[in-house]
Structures are given as structure tokens and as C-alpha cells.
Design a protein around this ligand. Structure first.
Ligand SMILES: Cc1ncc(COP(=O)(O)O)c(C=O)c1O
Length: 371
């Protein structure tokens, strides 16, 4: 009986792309990050929108995502930020995908596959300047680069790194971001002496793209900003995702009754209760119990009691005209009657990235695109 509808407004995606592009000089290209189903918005559809808007790269994590983009007819360069397993080297070249390299094993495999296929393997090398996740350790990049350049068939096309706290306004985090940038800058300067024609140099995620022009080099990699999950003054990014359902059942309950699992809510008065057929199995997490709100007939209705696997209860006493089948907005809406991803993230005690991924990604078959 579970029912969730995820609606994605393509025009909002376009506007967000343009808004980001507006801030960039023509020398800076955009690599649109569409990994993980475009943060729940649908990878292929979003990739089409951003490619039409002029994205120079489509940025994903895994080779399977890259292959899906190719099989869907997208011809833009595709950057695989998660790199590849050595056994994926041949497919990587066949599908014309560009992996980000952090270690020697995939490079060796790519060199071998390039020779076997009589083709080139284009790669970007990632240096870890402080994120501490993927990337060649910054103390080892010189030896790594020398070795990488010795592999036949491998063409080094880009150099990159990634920030860990570019979105934080805390002084110590800002200093850390600047330090990462300075480390990267010094590496870029040295690499350029050796490779003056290195094509792509990139560091910036959304937060850095929008706030730190000195981190742009010639390519930026925004993700969250394209989907409207970031608030930056003077920059008009909107949320493209709306999540809705319908009222499954309505009933009047006297005061003093316990509702839902765990007896976590007790009515204090006669209460009109609406049951919505969405729960944590569809991404409406249990942390929203007694905390979240949904929109019914343009009015906010609080979630009461524990969110269940596929059902959630709302107090709609103040919306007496409510009817079975009425639409319910879990996230989204228009104008003042709107539940933002920022609110949902706060209620869920998480970040907007995760809200988009879990609410948008739980039922991919039911995403609908408008505009
Ligand atoms: C390496 C890398 N670059 C860019 C991005 C995009 O970051 P954001 O969504 O904050 O713009 C990500 C996202 O996780 C990433 O892992």
C-alpha cells in the first residue's frame, strides 16, 4: 500500500546550473556531479539536463554509473571519481570513461588494457591534500607522477583534489580549506613545469565553487548546489525535488489514547488523525517520529507517534475538511507553504545530501519529471 511520489522539476535543475555558471568566468568549465542517482534525483535524466546546459564532464563514482550514462546515449566525458578495480580497466577504455586514479594497481591494469585494445586510457590523478580518503598521499605525489608517466597507453589528462570542510564557516575549518588549497596550488605549480599542457585541474565542490573563486582552476565539480541543497546568500538555488503521498485513512480519536508503536504519543484532546502510507522503508526515517511535519491542503500537520515501516500518522485536527486521498507533501511545496530539505534534514538530524538520497532514491521507479 506504500505510496511515495518523487517529482523532479527539470527547470529548477536548469536554473541552478545557470546560476552556478553565471558566477564562473568562461575559462572555468562545470563537471556536473550526478553520482548516486544524482543525489536521488535520477542520474540519467539529470545528466541530460546538465549536458544540454553545457556541462563539460558528467561526474559519477562507479564504472557501472558511467556505463549506464553511455548506454543512455550521453557522449560527454565521464569522470569516475571512485576510480576502478583493476579488472574493470578494459571496460573503462571501451566505454570511453575517465577514471580518477589514487594508486598504481589500476594504472598498471589500464596500461595493459590500453595496449591490448590499442587505445589510450585517459586518467585524472587525485592527490590527497587533507580529505584523507582517496588520493595519492601528498608526500608521495612526485614519485607517483613519475611512475604514472612511465606507463605506455596512459594519458594523464587531469589533476585534482577534494575538500573536506569547504562548506563550514568555522574559523578553523576555513583555515583548513585554505591550507588544502595552498597545498594543491603548490603541487599544480610544480606539475605544470613538467606538464605545461595538462588539460584539467580541479578542486572545488559546490561550496567552494560558489564561495571561493581562487579554488576554481579550469573545472569545478558541483553536486549539491545543482539540486538546491545548499544555502548561500545572494545565490538563488532552488530545490528541484518534491516528495508527496496521499492520505490513506482518517479517524477521530478521543483524548488520552496512545498512538503507534512504543506508545510514544498520547492524545491530549480529541484528535483527527490522518494515516499516510509512507514510512522508513521509503526513506521517511524513524527519527521524524513526533518531530516531522507534512503539508495537507497547504497547512502543516505534525507527525505524531513513531514513524512505522510503511505508515506515518499526522495530527490534522486543525484541517477538518481533510479527505481520504488528499495529497500530502512530505518535502517541497510552493511559496510560503513549503517544507524545505533544510527543515527535513534538521528533523532527521542529518545533512541535506542524505535527505535527497534517501527520499529521492528509495523508489526510483516512481520519480516523475516535469518541465
Ligand atoms: C570528489 C568529489 N568532488 C565533488 C563532489 C561534489 O560535492 P558537493 O555535492 O558538495 O558539491 C563530491 C561529492 O561528494 C566528491 O566526492
Amino acid at each position: 500500500m506504500g505510496l511515495i511520489k518523487v517529482t523532479i522539476d527539470r527547470q529548477v535543475l536548469r536554473n541552478n546550473f545557470r546560476e552556478i555558471k553565471r558566477l564562473l568566468p568562461p575559462s572555468v568549465s562545470v563537471g556536473a556531479v550526478v553520482k548516486s542517482q544524482a543525489y536521488g534525483h535520477g542520474m540519467v535524466e539529470c545528466a541530460r539536463v546538465f549536458a544540454q546546459e553545457g556541462a563539460r564532464f558528467l561526474v559519477v563514482s562507479l564504472i557501472d554509473e558511467g556505463i549506464t550514462l553511455r548506454e543512455s546515449g550521453l557522449e560527454e566525458p565521464v569522470l569516475l571519481m571512485g576510480g576502478i578495480w583493476p579488472q574493470e580497466a578494459q571496460d573503462c577504455i571501451r566505454y570511453g570513461l575517465t577514471p580518477v586514479i589514487s594508486g598504481l594497481q589500476p594504472l598498471k591494469a589500464l596500461s595493459r588494457a590500453a595496449t591490448e585494445l590499442n587505445q589510450e586510457a585517459r586518467v585524472h590523478i587525485k592527490v590527497d591534500t587533507g580529505m584523507g580518503r582517496l588520493g595519492v598521499p601528498m608526500e608521495e605525489w612526485r614519485e607517483f607522477l613519475d611512475e604514472a608517466l612511465s606507463y605506455p597507453g596512459v594519458v594523464l589528462e587531469g589533476l585534482m583534489s577534494h575538500f573536506s570542510v569547504a562548506d563550514s564557516p568555522e574559523n578553523s575549518d576555513v583555515a583548513y580549506t585554505m591550507q588544502q588549497m595552498e597545498v594543491f596550488k603548490a603541487i599544480v605549480e610544480e606539475v605544470r613545469k613538467k606538464l605545461p599542457h595538462l588539460k584539467w585541474i580541479h578542486l572545488a565542490n559546490s561550496a567552494a565553487t560558489l564561495q571561493l573563486p581562487q579554488t576554481h582552476w579550469n573545472l569545478v565539480r558541483p553536486g549539491l548546489g545543482l539540486y538546491g541543497g545548499l544555502r548561500i546568500p545572494q545565490i538563488n538555488l532552488q530545490e528541484a525535488m518534491e516528495v508527496s503521498s496521499r492520505i490513506l485513512h482518517i479517524k477521530r480519536v478521543p483524548g488520552g489514547r496512545f498512538l503507534s508503536y512504543g506508545r510514544a504519543f498520547r492524545t491530549t484532546r480529541e484528535t483527527l488523525v490522518a494515516v499516510v502510507p509512507v514510512g522508513y522503508a521509503l526513506g521517511y526515517l524513524r527519527s521524524l517520529s513526533n518531530r516531522g511535519e507534512m503539508l495537507v491542503r497547504g497547512e502543516r500537520a505534525p507527525v505524531i507517534g513513531r514513524v512505522c515501516m510503511d505508515l506515518t500518522l499526522l495530527d490534522v485536527t486543525h484541517i477538518p475538511q481533510v479527505e481520504l486521498g488528499d495529497p500530502v507533501i512530505l518535502m517541497g511545496g510552493k511559496g510560503k507553504q513549503r517544507i524545505t530539505v533544510f527543515e527535513v534534514a534538521q528533523w532527521m538530524d542529518t545533512i541535506t545530501y542524505e535527505v535527497f538520497c534517501i527520499l529521492g532514491g528509495s523508489h526510483p521507479g516512481q520519480r516523475e519529471y516535469v518541465n
